[in-house]
Design a protein around this ligand. Structure first.
Ligand SMILES: NC(=O)c1ccc[n+]([C@@H]2O[C@H](COP(=O)([O-])OP(=O)(O)OC[C@H]3O[C@@H](n4cnc5c(N)ncnc54)[C@H](OP(=O)(O)O)[C@@H]3O)[C@@H](O)[C@H]2O)c1
Length: 310
């Protein structure tokens, strides 16, 4: 989802020399394959948007895959990029890096100040390792090799290219799918996982892609002025959060479902609140452009016919 959005925006800015590779053609957990790729292609810059990604259910069911694959992807790509002379790299982490009970909104400085949410701890630990890889390479080789590896931590994303798998998807695509199916079948009620009380923040993927390019293109002196060598990551959020109940109503409206919304309280809620402090990014001059209502309507438009034929 994010990788494609970054490519669309770079193309829109006139880049005609973008290298992409599918998972089927290049498994980033394969060290030798990644080495060969970088030696052959020698890119100038790398956006590392590939990762094993999923919602609470997938994270809880496949913890070994989440930690192993993400650690391997990051270590292979960052190290081989370094060996191939890549000067600029942007690593995409996640808000799951922050402690479960971090003060809200969560600023970059609360990294490693407490224990993580158990349901996605393996994924969060891998993402923290990704940030520390970038920082460590900058600290050891930044001066002599002029490398500049940066990290951004997205909040929950949604938009075109999302995963609509019935069990392994994130909350917005999962809700879109369930409300769509309920609308088609005429079901009187849709049951939502958990109590509906947790608060979450959402950002459209096109805003995220714009933020990635913005951070990648920031002048090094400006980036260094707003970050620290060992707290170098930048949060990317929309600036406000809503309850899952409010989100469910907004998705039902975008989909055009008029039935009742109920809650299955036997299902896990996850952390009570996850809201990023994006003031570091905002002080650098970046703002979101797509509000949730517009974003949800656009997203449903892009996926409606695909869901009809699923
Ligand atoms: N979506 C969100 O809400 C969200 C929130 C916070 C952070 N992020 C982060 O943002 C980044 C992009 O996420 P996304 O939502 O765009 O995820 P996505 O749509 O699942 O894209 C991830 C891509 O990585 C590929 N990939 C996975 N394992 C790979 C491997 N071993 N070798 C090569 N390619 C591999 C996937 O290919 P296959 O599908 O073929 O496996 C997929 O194309 C990730 O780092 C994610 O952790 C996302």
């Amino acid at each position: 989802m994010v990788g494609s959005a970054i490519v669309r925006q770079l193309q829109g800015k006139g880049y005609n020399n973008i290298l992409t590779q599918t998972h089927a053609k290049l498994d980033l957990t394969d060290q030798l394959a990644v080495k060969n790729y970088f030696e052959k292609q020698k890119p100038d810059q790398v956006y590392l948007a590939a990762a094993k990604v999923g919602g609470i259910h997938a994270n809880n069911t496949y913890p070994a895959e989440f930690i192993y694959q993400n650690l391997m992807i990051q270590a292979n790509v960052i190290h081989q990029a370094f060996l191939a002379g890549v000067k600029k790299l942007l690593f995409l982490g996640s808000s799951c890096i922050y402690p479960r009970m971090a003060p809200q909104p969560m600023s970059e400085s609360c990294l490693l100040t407490g224990t993580l949410e158990p349901t996605n701890e393996p994924y969060g630990i891998a993402k923290i390792a990704g940030i520390k890889l970038c920082e460590s390479y900058n600290r050891q080789y930044g001066q002599s090799n002029k490398i500049d590896y940066r990290s951004v931590m997205p909040t929950n994303l949604y938009g075109p290219g999302d995963n609509y798998h019935p069990e392994n998807s994130h909350v917005i695509p999962a809700l879109i799918r369930r409300f769509h199916e309920a609308k088609i079948s005429g079901a009187p009620e849709v049951l939502i996982w958990g109590t509906g009380q947790p608060r979450r923040e959402f950002l459209h993927v096109d805003d995220m892609a714009a933020a990635c390019i913005f951070v990648m293109e920031l002048d090094k002196a400006v980036y260094d002025q707003h970050t620290e060598p060992m707290t170098s990551h930048i949060n990317v959020g929309s600036g406000s959060d809503i309850t899952i109940t409010q989100l469910a109503s907004a998705v039902a409206k975008a989909v055009g479902y008029g039935g009742k919304i109920g809650f299955d309280v036997s299902r896990p809620d996850g952390p009570p609140r996850k809201w990023l402090d994006s003031s570091r990014l905002n002080q650098l001059g970046w703002r979101t452009k797509i509000d949730l209502e517009t974003g949800l309507q656009d997203t449903y438009r892009t996926i409606e016919s695909e869901l009809n034929s699923a």
